[in-house]
Design a protein around this ligand. Structure first.
Ligand code: IPE
Ligand code: IPE
Ligand code: MG
Length: 232
């Protein structure tokens, strides 16, 4: 097991909280509570396992289409994470960074989010990139706007320069996991997932545990990443 090649950047699309709850006769909101508890559990494990960057898709720009009660509950979970639970991230030495737009997040979520980033900025036990009000297309549009605002000339724009203008300047994703058996990206890290390996476990996110992540690592280690090169 120790000879495994550990991906530097793992990205997870949390999916299936609602279906998990329905199966158990619980409300969708309880599904999100269970999903949040699992972000802490599996997030801590993955970073302790030696993964340097973990991106979690927690709320998409499109998720604002959901019922007001569900959106409000998810915002309350973020507030819980950034306020009451902040010591968990401090204690585990996790640096929390964020990807996503401010608008139309409630001001108290933006303020608490920024405080959390500041509080953990010097932590060295791995980076949790929380994608909150995140959209991959929005990120590319926002990067383009910043490039124009900075007055860059056409010949100065390379893929490397463009990457620096994304919400966070992180290495490309190596392993992208989406739980619950859905086989799509749903606007997640479009730029950064260009050459990632995809893994789609059937389990719904609240049940995705350490053993399941170890299985994902085994699968990842069997993949042949070629980046366009010919087979050697
Ligand atoms: C993922 O679970 C959490 C978010 C998208 C915020 P879902 O809420 O999408 O769960 P399903 O897909 O309805 O089961
Ligand atoms: C993607 O899940 C967004 C997040 C996990 C935050 P969704 O459940 O919203 O995606 P679709 O609607 O099934 O594509
Ligand atoms: Mg879903």
């Amino acid at each position: 097991m120790e000879n495994l090649n550990i991906p530097k950047h793992v990205a997870i699309i949390i999916d299936g909280n609602g279906r998990w709850a329905k199966e158990k006769g619980k409300s969708r909101l309880e599904g999100h509570d269970a999903g949040y508890q699992n972000i802490k559990r599996i997030g801590k494990y993955i970073l302790k396992r030696g993964v340097k960057y973990l991106s979690i898709y927690a709320f998409s720009t499109e998720n604002f289409k959901r019922d007001e009660a569900e959106v409000n509950h998810l915002m309350d979970i973020f507030l819980l994470m950034f306020n009451k639970d902040k010591d968990f991230f401090v204690k585990n030495n996790i640096k929390v960074v964020f990807s996503g737009r401010d608008e139309p997040l409630p001001k108290k979520v933006i303020d608490a989010r920024n405080k959390m980033a500041k509080l953990t900025e010097n932590n060295t036990g791995g980076v949790l990139n929380l994608c909150l009000n995140y959209g991959g297309r929005a990120e590319i549009v926002d990067a383009t706007k910043k490039i124009i605002a900075d007055g860059l000339k056409s010949e100065e724009i390379t893929e490397e320069v463009f990457s620096h203008y994304l919400y966070q300047d992180l290495p490309d994703v190596d392993l992208m996991i989406r739980t619950s058996g859905e086989l799509r990206l749903s606007n997640f890290l479009l730029w950064q997932n260009s050459y990632s390996e995809f893994y789609f476990p059937e389990k719904k996110f609240p049940d995705f545990n350490e053993e399941d992540f170890e299985e994902a690592l085994l699968v990842y280690n069997k993949r042949d990443r070629r980046f366009g090169d010919a087979k050697k």
